[in-house]
Design a protein around this ligand. Structure first.
Ligand code: PLP
Length: 406
């Protein structure tokens, strides 16, 4: 069953008409297909099966507890970047050993919480952080596995805001500095891993392959010096198609280039996919408020889905009810910012007040990046599984929005 398709001109998620979900839960509303989520996860697992990787779903893409639980049931571990994400994965009972903690700005409190939880890996991004992890581990009597995130000086083939591996990036540690870190004695950590992640929505596997070469070189150098690096985390970044005519390399194409290179790697391999698991399993339902010249003004906007405003990202927009002659239109949100457009120059049927639009491929970095800007409460989320569905996040109330303020 397709995750999103028209049945009698009515857009459905699996077997459920989206109009019925909008009527029951209101809009803006994120809707996810459970079967597409499972399919995406299994596809990545099967593409890389020969490497027997630990797949650590990148929580930043979408951290809803029900999505995390579904992926845990599929066997996923988790890639986290904050104490808040640690709290999420521990709340759903994730196996701590399959949790990888990355990020450039881990606070002492976050590191301590991660060590107490017993996470599998701390991926350090600077010498100062390694010193801090070593100190806290000593105090707690822990000996965590640590990986150094390399900055392999690879220009990723993607938008500059989501490129992380180039020399100018704030992420990771340049090769020579990483080598200097690895040669020091850190009595309270087990420095056994190397990590690379060069960006998101990668246009080709070539950059990842070059980053992996750098990581392998780092491991070889370590072993020549008598140290052992036996874990290689190759990050995420697998792209998804956001346009009808997009044809990014699929995960099998990434695996076909990457897996043969790593076949002889004797250690552990970790992968951290985010977007490729959730993006096309979710859409955003929004209802039309007004027509203003050629602009259709809707109740979702940059506060609900910031990607178009932030990255000039393209999301397909489909009418929930198909029919009528198509005309050019822009789709804008209610936020008081000129950048608050969800789509420009699209062919849409005439839309009346109250009609519904679906913004496709919004499952990744959608609700995860949503905000209360203009004091608009966060939207609700629904998970559809075949003919059944359930609310997986209540719509935030205005009271909840201000609850922590004085
Ligand atoms: C360290 C790390 N791993 C994995 C990911 C997930 O990337 P993607 O959602 O493109 O798969 C990110 C995204 O920013 C990241 O920073």
């Amino acid at each position: 069953m397709l995750p999103f398709q028209y049945i009698d001109d009515q857009l459905h998620c699996e077997a459920v008409p989206l109009a019925a979900l909008a009527a029951e839960f209101g809009t803006p509303l994120y809707v996810y297909s459970a079967n597409r989520l499972r399919e995406n996860y299994r596809r990545i697992a099967s593409a890389f099966a020969q490497l027997k990787p630990t797949i650590c779903y990148s929580v930043k893409a979408n951290g809803n507890l029900s999505i995390l639980r579904l992926l845990k049931d599929e066997g996923a571990g988790f890639d986290i970047v904050s104490g808040g994400e640690l709290f999420r994965v521990m709340t759903i009972g994730a196996e701590a050993g399959k949790v990888v903690f990355a990020g450039v700005g881990k606070t002492a409190a976050e590191i301590e919480a991660a060590l107490r939880a017993g996470v599998g890996w701390i991926n350090v991004e600077s010498e100062g952080e390694l010193r801090r992890v070593n100190e806290i581990a000593g105090r707690l009597g822990a000996k965590p596995n640590v990986a150094i995130r390399l900055r392999p000086d690879v220009e990723a083939d993607t938008h500059h805001h989501i490129s992380t591996g180039s020399a100018a990036s704030k992420f990771g540690v340049p090769m020579e500095a990483a080598w200097a870190m690895a040669r020091r004695h850190w009595p309270n950590v087990s420095l056994r891993g190397v990590h690379v992640h060069i960006g998101s929505q990668l246009g080709s596997p070539n950059g990842t392959l070059r980053a992996i070469e750098a990581a392998l070189e780092f491991a070889r150098r370590a072993s020549r010096a008598g140290a052992q690096i036996d874990s290689l985390d190759i990050g995420g970044g697998f792209p998804v198609a956001y346009r009808d005519d997009d044809a990014p390399p699929d995960v099998e194409a990434f695996a076909a280039i990457i897996a043969p290179r790593l076949d002889s790697w004797p250690g552990r391999i970790l992968i951290e996919p985010g977007r490729s698991v959730v993006a096309n399993s979710g859409l955003l339902l929004t209802s039309v408020q007004y027509n203003k010249e050629r602009i259709v003004i809707v109740d979702a906007g940059m506060h609900t889905l910031i990607r178009p405003a932030l990255y000039e990202a393209h999301h397909r927009v489909w009418p929930v009810e198909r029919g009528g002659e198509l005309r050019r239109a822009d789709v804008a949100g209610p936020i008081c910012e000129s950048a608050d457009f969800l789509a420009r120059d699209r062919m849409l049927p005439p839309m009346a007040e109250g009609d519904l639009l679906a913004v496709l491929d919004a499952g990744a970095y959608g609700l995860a990046m949503a905000s209360n800007y203009n004091s608009r409460p966060l939207p609700a989320e629904v998970m559809v599984d075949g003919e059944s569905y359930r609310l997986i996040r209540r719509r935030q109330t205005p009271g909840e929005m201000i609850a922590s303020e004085v």
